[in-house]
Design a protein around this ligand. Structure first.
Ligand SMILES: [Zn+2]
Length: 240
């Protein structure tokens, strides 16, 4: 409702009371959802949280998109404690990203995960944005990594005329390139020198069916990296 004061100041009258109510509702729903979840879990297992609090030993590191529709645990039918998670827009592995490198190092060298999975998804807004020439702000700098993927595969992608098919293919190629980027890291290569139970995989989730497509780009050794990226062991370097 407009007040006489609003009229005096010449400001447009805005009724904020219903906006504030909706704001409070969406926030309170989270707290309510949490208490209902706790109740449900305790009904299933009265020791659930006591057990969870003791520690984690996940076998999997999930590097996925920040998109709200691809939560790692739900998609894979796993429970809290089973998947270590890193997410960013369009599941990109950038070799100078300290956040990603810290997560990767901790997962590989402390938690000793056996699988690192790059999980992209069809209908990815980040990939769609990278395909366009529009400016979106700061995010353009992040999405440029996906434009770089496009450039590497421009021969194939330029031939696809259907926009959805082109976008879907770029989603797949982006995942494959990020798997490759993971394998280039000294973290993964040093781990492979020490143990043989670490695999890097690439998946795409189909939001329309919920199903995972394994892109069959699994790597478990540095042998396909090429001479530019394959690293000597630290010990071998010290001997020179
Ligand atoms: Zn996405």
């Amino acid at each position: 409702m407009s007040t006489s004061e609003d009229k005096k100041n010449g400001k447009p009258a805005i009724d904020t009371s219903s906006l504030k109510l909706a704001q409070a509702d969406s926030y309170n729903a989270l707290i309510k959802g949490n208490s209902e979840w706790v109740e449900r879990k305790l009904q299933e297992d009265s020791e659930y949280f006591a057990t969870l609090a003791k520690g984690q030993s996940p076998q999997v590191l999930w590097i996925g998109c920040s998109d709200s529709r691809v939560p790692a645990n739900e998609v894979t039918g796993t429970k809290p404690g089973e998947v270590f998670v890193h997410r960013n827009i369009a599941n990109v592995v950038v070799h100078s990203d300290m956040n990603m490198l810290s997560v990767l190092d901790y997962a590989v060298n402390v938690l000793k995960v056996k699988h690192v999975i790059v999980a992209g998804h069809y209908g990815c807004g980040g990939v769609a944005a990278a395909l366009s020439n529009k400016q979106f702000g700061i995010i353009d700098n992040w999405l440029r990594h996906i434009k770089d993927v496009y450039r590497l595969h421009a021969n194939e992608l330029d031939r696809i005329t259907d926009e959805t098919q082109k976008q879907n293919r770029l989603v797949e190629l982006n995942v494959s390139e990020q798997v490759y980027n993971l394998c280039k890291t000294s973290i993964i290569q040093n781990a492979w020198m020490e143990r043989h139970d670490l695999e890097v995989h690439g998946w795409v989730i189909n939001l329309g069916t919920g199903l995972i497509k394994d892109l069959k780009v699994t790597s478990s050794s540095p042998h396909n990296l090429g001479y530019v990226y394959e690293l000597d062991s630290v010990n071998a370097a010290a001997q020179h």
